[in-house]
Design a protein around this ligand. Structure first.
Ligand code: ZN
Ligand code: ZN
Length: 465
């Protein structure tokens, strides 16, 4: 179905109101049609399958990520997108080495462990030290500087499952900041209970960050069963529990990474573009299916449906497959620098797995109220609700450009109930993706894009106070 293009300036108010309601009806029909098409569309799965099969793990700054960029360029070109290109940048790169942990006394046994990104090295011979247990990061932060000299700090607080993933913010702190605090206290190393919700013997990796004022110490995550076992050992032993830790990661200096960009050209060059993002890189342990191959699949499948629909979008839709997100959001930061003068209307990102979208959140100006209401009502049939008290914040890769330009945002929140069972583990593989839920994501994205990309309203937010 195509919409009639009336020269609206020639129409009187009464007629224009009449036309508006007719065209609103037509638009609703269009949205329904494209939504139905998206629910049958397998491209998101095919992209995720291709990327995880033909490339697999693709950590930022590595040769595998370079191959992934070329794969992405070929794929996006084959799909018919315009202006497909790589924007290269350099970034400091850390790579995993050997990683083992064992209890030497009093209950000798091996533990399943993995290094955190930016971890220091123990050297090939490893280190042996007493493990000192803290229930929380706050308990670790409370001890005096120097009090952990020669010890391995162990924090074991437990992440809870939540649909909105909010517990990652609360419990992720142990990984983000814990090792830096332990280093300040003089610890030789730090081990954490993995930031995850599964009971498999799979440790969860992820980046940690050290300030310039401390030398990075070896830092690693135990699988959840192993962390609980270690805690029991400490509780029932009268003598110190001693661990041998071997972690030999390396910093290999500045390496090349890059963003892959593609576009669906809009018909009205006077309108600013819609930016949609995912990240191309993944952690090295799994094949990066849910994080974030699926995200790239979802946004690309939705953009392709818009590109091929009869109604050509008025606004350009730009796809950003960002590089090196996991290891420090290098691609998102580079994009914000390179494109600081490019006018954007709005930004969106898919980076929370492949399970269904259950809620939509907005940060739009008052003038977009009607558009927002239309999106809410169009998403209803897909089982997606709206909580007006939550303001959209955007994904990691679009946040730098959002910050630089004070951009409007729409977040299609995915169900995160099982996301942290798999997140940053060897279990992040294609078989975990439910194709039906993935298609629901594509339908939600196609719905929003079809409305936004055809809207002429000004999405500029009022300046921040
Ligand atoms: Zn991610
Ligand atoms: Zn991740």
């Amino acid at each position: 179905m195509t919409k009639a293009n009336f020269p609206s300036a020639l129409l009187g108010t009464a007629i224009s109101t009449l036309i508006f309601s007719t065209s609103a009806f037509a638009e609703t029909q269009d949205v329904r049609e494209i939504q139905a098409k998206a629910l049958e569309d397998n491209l998101a799965f095919e992209i995720t399958e291709g990327l995880t099969t033909e490339i697999g793990p693709r950590q930022g700054g590595t040769e595998a990520e370079t191959r992934a960029r070329q794969w992405a360029v070929n794929k996006l070109t084959d799909l018919g997108f315009g202006k497909v290109r790589i924007e290269q940048f350099m970034m400091p790169t850390w790579v995993r080495g050997e990683e083992t942990a064992e209890i030497i006394a009093p209950f000798p046994q091996k533990l399943a462990i993995t290094a955190l990104g930016n971890s220091g090295s123990t050297g090939a011979n490893g280190l042996e030290a007493e493990v000192v247990f803290f229930p929380t990061v706050a308990a670790l932060a409370a001890v005096p500087d120097g009090s952990l000299n020669g010890k391995i700090a162990f924090v074991s607080h437990q992440m809870r499952r939540s649909q909105d993933g909010s517990s990652y913010g609360a419990f992720g702190a142990v990984r983000f900041f814990g090792p830096n605090i332990a280093a300040q206290k003089g610890a030789s190393a730090m081990v954490i209970r993995s930031v995850g919700t599964d009971y498999r013997r799979n440790p969860h990796t992820g980046n940690t960050n050290f300030s310039d004022r401390v030398a990075p110490i070896p830092a690693a995550a135990l699988s959840i069963p192993d962390a609980e076992n270690l805690r029991r050992m400490i509780e029932r032993s009268e003598e110190p529990v001693k661990m041998k830790l071997v972690l030999t990661p390396q910093n290999i200096g500045q390496q090349e990474s890059g963003n892959v960009i593609a576009e669906v050209a809009g018909t009205d060059p006077s309108l600013s573009m819609v930016l949609i993002a995912c990240h191309l890189d993944s952690w090295d342990l799994g094949t990066g299916a849910i994080d974030d191959g699926a995200g790239c699949g979802i946004i690309t499948a939705a953009a392709k449906l818009i590109m091929e629909s009869e109604i050509k979008p008025k606004r350009t839709i730009r796809l950003l497959w960002a590089g090196a997100e996991e290891v420090g959001v290098w691609g998102g930061k580079d994009y914000a620098v390179v494109h600081k003068d490019t006018p954007h209307a709005l930004a969106m990102e898919s980076d929370f797995g492949a399970d269904r979208v259950w809620r939509v959140e907005f940060n739009l100006p008052e003038s977009a109220k009607e558009t927002q209401d239309k999106i809410i009502s169009s998403l209803g049939p897909l089982g997606i609700g709206h909580n007006p008290s939550i303001v959209a914040g955007g994904g990691a890769d679009v946040r730098p450009i959002i910050g630089a330009q004070n951009l409007a945002i729409i977040d299609l929140q995915q169900d995160g109930t099982r996301y942290f069972d798999l997140h940053h583990t060897p279990d992040d593989t294609l078989d975990k993706i439910d194709p039906k839920q993935l298609r629901q994501n594509v339908a939600a994205w196609t719905t929003v894009l079809s409305i936004i990309a055809n809207s002429e309203i000004d999405f500029t937010l009022p300046p921040k106070e």
